[in-house]
Write a protein that binds this ligand. Structure first.
Ligand SMILES: Nc1ncnc2c1ncn2[C@@H]1O[C@H](COP(=O)(O)OP(=O)(O)OP(=O)(O)O)[C@@H](O)[C@H]1O
Length: 404
């Protein structure tokens, strides 16, 4: 199974330019997460910081107990072996054919013989559908093939963490969906922890288990996909609807007028789309079951709209097991206290320690846009405090790290 990546209080600047500050999130092991954000918000800088290519000034990135921001170079070298990175353009060497490009990390970082290298390279090329293209140069193939070759190269060292920078850039919608399907299938086969950086709405809505969003130098949120995809935060609604009016503008520092926000508040949050399933014949994604257990443990801390979407994914047996009653009329949720601590009948692992449950608020970031009358216009209209939805949204958006 992939390893957990814990990011705690990370801040990065270039000179006087602050890129993002105090970013905290945990990439759950073996799950697929997406980091969204408008252009220039520092998504690629975040990926490079995770793999130790850039050094944040503050905070930690802890992987297998090693803080890669402060560890000695030799420890960083070891931790980096856990990673496979697919850069935007595939980052292939133009003068090498695909076979040699994909074999490169094996020849550089291992002592494997050429026959073993050949076996591994062909296995990975088959996984990404590139068998037969071994002798092609990167300049002779399409953008989609280059991405797949980059993915094959990212896989040859059997990574436990895969970082993917904008898999959709330069691809048509069909190739994008095919690449997304490939990533989901790969996750089923190797159970690696995957983080995808993108601004493609369709990818965000269909691929990940968890979604985060960077905006104005802050991590607006990070958590189960249902939270962001049902959020009514103006910046999220604008982004998911791909609208010109709203807090996001050509300039990062755009001010939003009241009229724009009013138009935005009339927009519906797009309905949830089903998550991509693995291709028939592939192994199941074991991360799906682990995630379900994890998310159900934190269910009551989530916004009601997210709770509803999560409960809809449960079978009647799971509803009964977790102490939720099925809706009589199709309205959700009818949530009761679970009779017992959640436990799957087939669960082999011991019950989680208490503090693991207490970790949940670390996923819940305070909003940089507090909804009060003093807030700037882009923060949106304050809603009546008595509304249960609002109070629950405050619980999701307004919680400080460490608060229960
Ligand atoms: N090595 C660097 N030195 C100085 N500034 C940098 C460096 N790398 C990135 N930046 C700056 O950091 C900011 C964020 O860049 P980044 O590429 O991470 O954004 P992004 O969110 O990935 O954008 P896009 O979605 O357009 O790819 C930009 O202003 C960029 O100019």
């Amino acid at each position: 199974m992939g390893v957990e990546v814990v990011v705690d209080g990370l801040s990065k600047s270039f000179g006087a330019q602050s890129i993002w500050r105090d970013v905290s999130l945990t990439l759950p092991p073996g799950e697929i997460s997406v980091l969204l954000g408008p252009s220039g918000t520092g998504k690629s800088v975040f990926l490079k910081s995770l793999v130790g290519l850039l050094k944040p000034e503050q905070g930690k990135v802890v992987i297998n107990g090693v803080d890669i921001c402060t560890c000695p170079e030799r420890d960083l070298y070891e931790v980096r072996k856990l990673f496979g990175v697919l850069f935007q353009d595939g980052a292939l060497f133009g003068s090498m054919n695909l076979f040699d490009n994909i074999a490169f990390p094996l020849r550089e970082h291992t002592r494997k013989g050429e026959s073993e290298i050949r076996r591994i390279v062909l296995e990975k090329m088959e996984m990404v559908g590139l068998i037969g293209a071994e002798d092609k140069l990167p300049g002779e193939i399409s953008g989609g093939m280059r991405k797949r070759a980059g993915l094959a190269r990212a896989l040859v060292l059997d990574p436990e963490i895969i970082l993917v920078d904008e898999p959709d850039s330069g691809l048509d919608p069909v190739r994008t969906v095919l690449l997304n399907q490939l990533i989901v299938d790969l996750n089923a086969q190797i159970d690696a922890t995957i983080l995808i950086v993108t601004h493609d709405i369709n990818t965000a809505r269909t691929v990940p288990d968890n979604i985060g969003m960077l905006y104005r130098r802050n991590l607006v949120m990070f958590g189960p996909r249902e939270v962001l995809l049902t959020s009514a935060e103006p910046v999220v609604v604008q982004f998911l609807n791909g609208r010109p009016d709203g807090p996001i503008g050509m300039s990062e520092e755009k001010d939003t007028g009241a009229g724009e926000l009013a138009r935005l508040s009339e927009l519906a949050v797009p309905p949830m789309m089903p998550q991509l399933e693995v291709t028939p014949g592939m192994p199941e994604r074991t991360a799906v079951r682990r995630r379900k257990e994890r998310v159900l443990r934190q269910l009551r801390t989530l916004a009601p709209s997210a709770q509803q979407e999560i409960l809809k994914t449960l079978t009647p047996e799971e509803l009964a097991l977790y102490g939720f009653s099925a809706p009589a009329t199709g309205s959700w949720p009818q949530q009761a206290e679970p009779a017992t601590a959640p436990a799957w009948p087939q669960q082999a692992e011991p019950a989680l320690p208490q503090n693991e449950v207490a970790d949940v608020p670390q996923q819940v970031r305070p909003t940089p846009h507090p909804r009060d009358p003093e807030a700037p216009p882009w923060a949106g209209k304050p809603e009546p405090a008595a509304e249960p939805v609002e109070s629950s949204r405050r619980r999701w958006f307004g919680r400080k790290r460490g608060e229960q």
